[in-house]
Design a protein. Sequence first.
Length: 436
Amino acid sequence: MKKVFSSVLATSLLAMSVSSVSAASSDLGTEVLKPNDGWAASGEGTTGGAKADVNHIFTVTNKSELLQALGGANLNTPKIIYIKGTIDFNVDENNQPIGPEFYADPAYDFNAYLEAYKPEKWGLDNEVSGPLEDARARSAQRQKQQITVNIGSNTTIIGIGDDAKIIGGSFVLNKSENIIIRNIEFEAPVDFFPQWDPTDGDYGEWNSEYDNLTVTNNTHNVWIDHNKFTDGKHHDEDFGKVFGRTYQQHDGLLDVTNGADYVTISYNVLEDHDKTSLIGSSDSKSTDEGHLKVTIHHNYYKNLTQRLPRVRYGQVHVYNNYYEFNSNSDYEFDYALGVGVKSKIYAENNYFDFDTDVDPGKIIKDWKGTSIYEDGSFVNGKSSGSQVDLVAAHNKISDIQLDENVGWQPTLFTKVYPTQSVPALVKAKAGTGKID
């Protein structure tokens, strides 16, 4: 296996692996989160694989090498994994490309599925069931096994240079801790077998699995920095409509759910996507209260529809982010900050840039929440730009009146810059290949 080494291999080969990484990249591989840089600095901080010995430093160029370097979800030994070039997850064990035909269950027939569950025949009152739905689920499970990878504790995964890329892979941080992911472009997985749910909304919806990156199930101390997350060449509109609804083959880009905690998301680019970032998985998961502590700063949100982020329960500090929306984008703006059940968003000095006039009252959307603290937001539209009280703007156009009593104030953060400096700062520094 090229440039991936186990602890039983010769020291000379291990030295060769390490030397294949430039000195600058090697330094970045051992870099840890700075003190006070958001919630991930809590406790002992976030160091990832910085303590890795020479036997656990890898350079990987394809999926099989990456999986071997990770060593499985339960390998908690400190490790640094350098991503070199493009790694496609829709490949077989020989790294040959595969697609929906590879995953499809023998009993799955897309046209028969549409015929069986079309609204005029199945209706909209009951979830789909039966042999065709079972075959779809088996097909989806086969794809899930192929493209989902669990990341163990004490791990740093970092791209070399400015062209490291993961296509179609779903990284899951599940019951783990102390993880750093930096300098990688992620192209969102395409769900080849979305499920039709007639009961979702008034007219039904197509629902997909696979986030680019999920932090879940009590995972804590995670630093996600200088990456790019995007739908890439597969935009939602390309899939068209089925049953009058978008044939949705994407889920989220970056979600934090199910009791996960102490996460810092910094200097990333998130672009061309619908359901971007969900913090908190459901209204009913009351055990999330007291968890979901996330800091989101200096990220570049470009041409996205919603969930920037949408929050339930969590104490989420959102500051110095740049939001840019173009009216000719494939992704139409809906809202940015989602105020969910018992959410406690503390937002300050964020910049919202529209190329048309948008009512600033639409930047916040209420999802059964009651409070959001907001200060220093600047909203720039086609005809004007100014500092705006987003809570007041929301309350002006909504029957739901939000207050700003979130009950906490951030203490872990880096410098909060003046809002009008945010666009230039973020565009210059966010994304891959821009780590200082």
